[in-house]
Design a protein around this ligand. Structure first.
Ligand SMILES: NC(=O)C1=CN([C@@H]2O[C@H](COP(=O)(O)OP(=O)(O)OC[C@H]3O[C@@H](n4cnc5c(N)ncnc54)[C@H](O)[C@@H]3O)[C@@H](O)[C@H]2O)C=CC1
Ligand SMILES: O=C([O-])CC(=O)C(=O)O
Length: 329
């Protein structure tokens, strides 16, 4: 038994497929530590089928008898689901199906995040750490942040960690090295095929990854498209979008933000502070380190011409998405 005070963790879309891969790991202490009790505040839409499914998930959570699970609540209204919450994982949104582009989701999902941003603004802990997973994640996080003017903008983040983990895995396969030995990997920009996974600074056991791979053709024509289109490849193969790997990335993101990275670089989608010429407040994937519950952008990296081109492209997509939702803010 832990004598730490329980923290409140809100999860939306709790009866969905990511929810099913996520909640059990949060409750077992994989996200916030094996000594940190949690109270789960679960939100689903006020629809009989979704609420029933949520009841089933809650029964299963109960049946795990997790020692760290100090309470479970089912909600259908964000104003109660987010009450005093310390962490909010905004997963609930419509996922892409085969043949759908991310832009199709913007119209369907944007409204959810104005409502939820306002609710967080009204009732969440003033230190709430928010992770948006629901797509298009960066722009939804931007909408939520803009809808919550009384909370610090830096508390709103978007999930780029799945892209980061996918990139690491591709590099491990290419080099034949252990995925856990890769450091200093960066993913810039939008969680979309325009993201720029950048291994120019990455090392494996102190050796430079760029020199180790030494294949610019592979970087441009295999690596970047493979990482960028991995979500679509999974939808094509499974008929459903990635769920277990997305949940895993959400756990990684929140754990590192809350508990720190010991100097290691990770990727988070965060509101820009102007670093690397990205306009302020654009919700952009950056390499960061985390310490004491705060993230810090890795500064001073050289951006060469190809990288700048990639960054400009993903930035343009993000500013276009933001323009597309202006009327909601
Ligand atoms: N950022 C990333 O790297 C990734 C993001 N995603 C996105 O995550 C989202 C969820 O994916 P899945 O769990 O696979 O979808 P799903 O359809 O299985 O589950 C979504 C759940 O959200 C609920 N929901 C919808 N609107 C809601 C609202 N306003 N409030 C509360 N709950 C609501 C639905 O009832 C459903 O149970 C999708 O938008 C998907 O595109 C998926 C993979 C990776
Ligand atoms: O591609 C999708 O729609 C789901 C997703 O965000 C991903 O797997 O990266």
């Amino acid at each position: 038994m832990s004598n730490k005070k329980p923290v409140r963790v809100a999860v939306t879309g709790a009866a969905g497929q990511i929810g099913y891969a996520l909640l059990f790991r949060i409750a077992s202490g994989e996200m916030l530590g094996k000594d940190q009790p949690v109270i789960l505040q679960l939100l689903e839409i006020p629809d009989e089928k979704a609420q029933n499914a949520l009841k089933g998930v809650i029964m299963e959570l109960e049946d795990c008898a997790f020692p760290l699970l100090a309470g479970i609540e089912a909600h259908s209204d964000p104003m109660t689901a987010f009450k005093d919450t310390d962490y909010a994982l905004l997963v609930g949104a419509r996922p892409r199906g085969p043949g759908m582009e991310r832009a199709d989701l913007l119209a369907a999902n944007a409204q959810i995040f104005t409502v939820q941003g306002k609710a967080l603004n009204a009732v969440a802990s003033r230190n709430v750490k928010v992770l948006v997973v629901g797509n298009p994640a960066n722009t939804n996080a931007y909408i939520a942040m803009k809808s919550a003017p009384d909370l610090p903008a830096k508390n709103f983040t978007a999930m780029l960690r799945l892209d980061h983990n996918r990139a690491a895995s591709q590099i491990a396969a290419k080099t034949g090295k252990a995925v856990g030995s890769i450091e200093k990997l960066a993913v810039w920009g939008n969680h979309s095929p325009t993201m720029y996974a950048d291994y120019r600074f990455a090392t494996i056991d102190g050796q430079g990854v760029k020199a180790l791979i030494n294949d610019e053709e592979w970087n441009r024509n295999t690596f970047l498209p493979t990482v960028g289109k991995r979500g679509a490849a999974i939808i094509a193969a499974r008929g459903l979008s990635s769920a277990a790997s997305a949940a895993n990335a959400a756990i990684d993101h929140m754990r590192d933000w809350a508990l720190g990275t010991n100097g290691k670089w990770v990727t988070m989608g965060i509101p820009s502070d102007g670093s690397y010429g990205i306009p302020k407040e654009v919700m952009f994937g950056y390499p960061v380190t985390c310490e004491g519950g705060e993230y810090k952008i890795v500064q001073g990296l050289e951006i060469d011409a190809f990288s700048q081109e990639c960054i400009n492209k993903t930035l343009k997509e993000l500013t276009d998405e933001q323009d597309g939702v202006k009327h909601l803010l």
